[in-house]
Write a protein that binds this ligand. Structure first.
Ligand code: BES
Ligand code: MN
Length: 455
C-alpha cells in the first residue's frame, strides 16, 4: 500500500532527527541570556547561529539589529524568507533565540548550557523555551524541502524574555518581513508530551513598581516601634489587601473570565501540584476551575522586594520600601486598564495613611485564538495525524506580548500558537528540558500544517 503523507514525513523526520537534536544542543551552548544584555556579543552570535542554520534550509536570512523606541540600539533579530510562489499563501514562522538566565547553576542536575539527554528528555537552558521552537521550524522545513508549497518568512526574536521592548519600531520598519497569511508562533506547548494542543489564549503581563514611604529616615525600632510600623510590614499589609480570604484577587476593574472557547478539560490538580513542586501542606489559592485560575483570571506576583537582607540587619524601622509586581492579565483586558485598576487600588488602600506611589514599567496585552480560522482546523488535523490522538486545546498563563501587536498590524493574519513545551519542561526554572518524542511529533505536525496550508 502506498505510504500516507504523515508516514512519508515521519520517515524523513526520523532520518533527520539526530541533526535536529544536535542543532538544539548547539543552540543551548550559545548561552543567549538576554537579561545579560540584549545588545551583547553573545546575543549577536546566537542570532547569527540561527540565521546560518535556517539558511541551510533555503531561507534567505539575515541578522538585523533593532532600534529601541528611544533610538538606542536594540536586539539582534533574525529575519528571512523563502518565496516559492508569489501566488501561494505566506506563513511566518516565529521563535525566539534569547533564553532566561541561570541564577544558580547548582540547582541544576546537569550543566545548564550543555545539552544533556536523560530518559528521553534533553536538558539545558532554552532546550524548550525557545530553542525547541527553532528546532521545530528547522525540522519542518527540512522535511518538506523542495515540496514546500507555501512561502515562508521567519522572525526569530532576540528579546522575547525581556518583553520585546523594540518590537514595535522594528515591525514598523520591516513590515514586509512580517506580512503573511498565517503566523505560527512556536513558543508555547502541548497538554502533555503525548497529547498535542493549540494554545487558545495567553495572558497579558504588566509590571508595576510600588514604593511605600512612612518616614523621612529610618528610626530606632525600640524607641519608635509600636505606633510606627516599618514599611516592610506596611507593604505586606498593602499586598495582602489585594486578596480575598480564598486567595483570589479582589481588585475592582481587574478583569477575569472563563477559558476561551469553553473548557475542554480541566487541569488535574495532583499533576499540577507535582509539576509546580508545591509542598504537601500548601492549599491552592482562588476558586473556579484550575484552568480559569491559570489562563483567564488575573494573578499578581511580587517579583522583587527591596528590604534589608537578614544577615547584617539591625534594629531600625524601615522608612521606605520598594517592590515590583508582575500582573498577569486576562487575555482580553487592555494592560493599561489593568495597570490603572491596580494602581488605583494600591493608592487608595495605603495602610495607616502611608504614602504609596506606583509607576508602570512594561505592559503587554494577552491574546485569544480564533477557533474558526481555517489554519486552526488544519493545525488540529495535523496534530491528530502526527500524535495519533485528538488534541486537547488549552490556554496559557504565560505571555507572548508581540502576538497582539502583530495581530493589530495584520488583522487578517491567522495566528497559531504551538510549541515544544509540556508541563514537565520547567521553562524559566532549573532543569529545563524538552521531551524528544514530543519534539519529533511537533516537527511532523508543523510539516503537515505547512503542507495543508499549501493546498
Ligand atoms: N514561552 C513563554 C511564554 C509561555 C510560558 C507560553 C508558558 C506557554 C507556557 C515566553 O518565552 C515567556 O516566558 N514570556 C514572558 C513574557 C514577558 C517577559 C512579558 C513571560 O510570560 O513571562
Ligand atoms: Mn518562550
Amino acid at each position: 500500500m502506498a505510504q500516507s503523507r504523515v508516514e512519508e514525513i515521519r520517515e524523513r523526520v526520523d532520518g533527520d532527527f539526530a541533526r535536529i537534536v544536535d542543532l538544539l544542543g548547539r543552540k543551548v551552548a550559545m548561552r543567549s541570556v538576554s537579561a545579560e544584555g540584549i545588545t551583547g556579543e553573545h546575543m549577536r552570535r546566537s542570532a547569527q547561529f540561527v540565521a546560518d542554520e535556517l539558511r541551510g534550509e533555503g531561507v534567505d536570512t539575515q541578522v538585523v539589529q533593532s532600534t529601541n523606541p528611544d533610538g538606542t540600539p536594540g536586539a539582534y533579530e533574525v529575519v528571512g524568507s523563502k518565496i516559492v510562489d508569489p501566488a501561494a499563501p505566506t506563513v511566518l514562522l516565529y521563535a525566539h533565540h534569547d533564553v532566561q538566565p541561570v541564577p544558580d547553576a547548582s540547582a541544576w542536575s546537569t550543566e545548564p548550557f550543555v545539552a544533556t539527554e536523560v530518559d528521553g528528555r534533553l536538558y539545558g537552558r532554552g532546550s524548550a523555551d525557545d530553542g525547541g521552537g527553532i528546532a521545530i521550524h528547522s525540522g519542518a522545513l527540512r522535511a518538506l524541502g523542495d515540496e514546500l508549497k507555501v512561502n515562508i518568512k521567519v522572525f526569530v526574536e532576540g528579546e522575547e524574555e525581556m518583553g520585546s521592548p523594540s518590537f514595535i519600531p522594528f515591525i514598523e520598519a520591516h513590515k514586509e518581513q512580517f506580512d503573511s497569511d498565517v503566523i505560527i508562533v512556536a513558543d508555547s506547548g502541548n497538554w502533555s508530551a503525548e497529547i498535542p494542543s493549540l494554545t487558545t489564549s495567553l495572558r497579558g503581563n504588566t509590571d508595576l513598581d510600588v514604593t511605600v514611604r512612612a518616614l523621612e529616615h529610618p528610626v530606632h525600632s525600640g524607641q519608635f516601634g509600636g505606633p510606627i510600623l516599618d514599611t516592610n510590614t506596611l507593604s505586606s499589609m498593602l499586598i495582602a489587601s489585594m486578596y480575598a480570604e480564598d486567595g483570589s484577587l479582589n481588585i475592582p476593574g481587574l478583569q477575569g473570565g472563563d477559558p476561551v472557547g469553553g473548557l475542554q478539560r480541566d487541569l488535574d490538580e495532583a499533576g499540577f501540584r507535582a509539576d509546580a513542586s508545591v509542598v504537601d501542606s500548601y492549599r491552592l489559592a482562588g476558586s473556579g476551575s484550575l484552568a480559569s485560575r491559570l489562563w483567564t483570571k488575573p494573578s499578581i506576583s511580587v517579583i522583587g522586594f527591596d528590604a534589608h537582607p537578614v544577615d547584617g540587619s539591625f534594629n531600625v524601622i524601615a522608612n521606605e520600601t520598594r517592590f515590583r509586581l508582575s500582573i498577569r492579565t486576562a487575555p482580553g483586558q487592555r494592560p493599561e486598564d489593568a495597570a490603572k485598576a491596580v494602581t488605583d487600588f494600591l493608592t487608595t488602600h495605603a495602610p495607616f495613611g502611608a504614602e504609596v506611589s506606583v509607576s508602570t514599567l512594561d505592559t503587554g496585552m494577552g491574546w485569544s485564538m480564533d477557533p474558526d480560522a481555517e489554519a486552526t482546523r488544519d493545525a488540529m488535523a495535523s496534530m491528530r495525524e502526527a500524535f495519533g490522538v485528538d488534541p486537547v486545546n488549552k490556554g496559557e498563563g504565560g505571555s507572548i506580548p508581540f502576538i497582539p501587536e502583530l495581530q493589530r498590524l495584520f488583522p487578517s493574519a491567522q495566528v497559531l500558537v504551538t510549541g515544544p513545551e509540556d508541563p514537565k519542561a520547567n521553562a524559566h526554572s532549573p532543569n529545563e528540558s524538552i521531551d524528544l518524542r514530543s519534539l519529533k511529533n511537533n516537527v511532523v505536525t508543523e510539516a503537515l500544517i505547512l503542507d495543508k496550508l499549501g493546498k
